[in-house]
Design a protein around this ligand. Structure first.
Ligand code: ACO
Length: 356
């Protein structure tokens, strides 16, 4: 059987997460997204996803200290951020710094890889803006420390909680493209750093984790929401896809979109901004219905990701790296699952070139 884009192909068994595309439901290790988002810390989500995949098991409260120490450990790599990497952009810079970390299969390696994007992105953004990077504070919760490293001063508890909700919401999502890439590399026993680098590479593209930056550009270009329909129709007429809409698995609204909308509501984001986003969303759904009548194209996670992370102060070109901060936990759990209980992933291709 050959399917373009592996559509409908089951390529792994996992105990980690399940995406029900018809019901619009996400379950992570037996817990629904609603149980987790806004109620679970990054440390608790990490403990949940990593459970059973490593020999050493910190107890509940120890995860915060372990992750804090990991942030502290990777901060040394920030010294390698030179002008050339800063010019290349946030994803390229974070990827280059992650590549400096040693490969391994143990919990210490995994926690350094969770810590890496969380430390490298704020450091990169501060250096690019002409400020010195802020060293991690190992005593803080992960999300609060990211906001502090970004701002140079503590953010409000509401802002830290909104980032935490985002990071937990995106921590794992079945066999998405970047997780599959990470599992392919892990299946060769290459090690966790190599698997995360594969995940970062796949996440970067605009069809996957690269979408929220273009969503923000779209919202800013549209401006007055009354002009949305004409703007969106013109984009489709040019053959473009509307970013933040459509999904390989979901045929209904992505449940993560609502989890992020709830986080936005707690932030008290400027009322006009949220209303504009909602109007653009409604216009896009109407336009897409006419554009592809036979295909249900609904809002995906990236639409409100863009609004939320923008409100928290992350620049448009850095949003994919914030996604990587959350998803690295899922990549690592999947990589361990694949390396410990899976086989080498090696499909076949069908040759359609000229005969010899
Ligand atoms: N805007 C316009 N048309 C679309 C969109 C969209 N957002 N999404 C799908 N379509 C069209 C396709 O062009 C295709 O048309 P065709 O049959 O004439 O070629 C038709 O709808 C069917 O779509 P598929 O290509 O089968 O969708 P696929 O499952 O391959 O792609 C994807 C899913 C990549 C997410 C797609 O919907 C898309 O490009 N969306 C915009 C980018 C985006 O928001 N990505 C983030 C996804 S969420 C995540 O990865 C975390």
């Amino acid at each position: 059987m050959m399917t373009d884009g592996l559509d409908g192909v089951v390529a792994a068994s996992t105990i980690l997460s399940d995406v029900d595309g018809a019901a619009g439901r996400l379950v992570i290790r037996g817990r629904s997204l609603d149980e987790l988002a806004g109620r679970t810390s990054v440390e608790e989500a990490t403990a949940l996803l990593f459970d059973g995949f490593f020999d050493d098991r910190p107890s509940g409260g120890e995860w915060r200290a372990h992750l804090g120490q990991a942030r502290h450990a990777v901060f040394a790599e920030v010294a390698a951020l030179d002008e050339r990497l800063i010019r290349h952009g946030p994803l390229e810079a974070v990827r280059a710094l992650v590549a400096r970390l040693a490969d391994g299969e143990d919990l210490a390696t995994a926690l350094r890889l969770v810590a890496a994007p969380a430390v490298f992105l704020p450091s990169y953004l501060r250096l690019r803006a002409g400020h010195a990077p802020v060293a991690p504070d190992a005593s803080l919760g992960h999300a609060a420390d990211v906001m502090r490293m970004l701002r140079g001063q503590p953010a409000s508890s509401v802002e830290a909680a909104a980032l935490e909700t985002y990071l937990v919401t995106v921590c794992d999502h079945g066999l998405n493209a970047s997780t599959f890439a990470a599992r392919v590399v892990a299946s060769t026993q290459a090690g966790l750093t190599s698997a995360v680098l594969a995940g970062l590479g796949a996440l970067k593209g605009p069809l996957h984790g690269g979408a929220p930056g273009p969503v923000l550009t779209m919202l800013n270009d549209i401006g007055e929401a009354g002009d949305a329909r004409a703007w969106l129709e013109a984009a489709l007429a040019r053959g473009e896809r509307l970013m933040g809409f459509g999904h390989r698995i979901y045929r209904v609204r992505d449940p993560r979109a609502d989890a992020l909308k709830r986080a936005l509501a707690t932030l008290g984001v400027e009322a006009g901004r949220l209303a504009q986003a909602e109007q653009v969303e409604a216009a896009a759904l109407a336009v897409l219905k006419d554009h592809k009548p036979g295909r249900r194209l609904e809002t995906n996670v990236e639409f409100y990701t863009a609004v939320l992370l923008d409100a928290l102060g992350f620049p448009a070109d850095s949003l994919t790296c914030v996604f990587a901060m959350g998803r690295s936990v899922g990549w690592l759990a999947h990589a361990r699952e694949q390396a410990t209980s899976g086989r080498l992933i090696r499909p076949q291709s069908r040759y359609v070139g000229p005969a010899s």
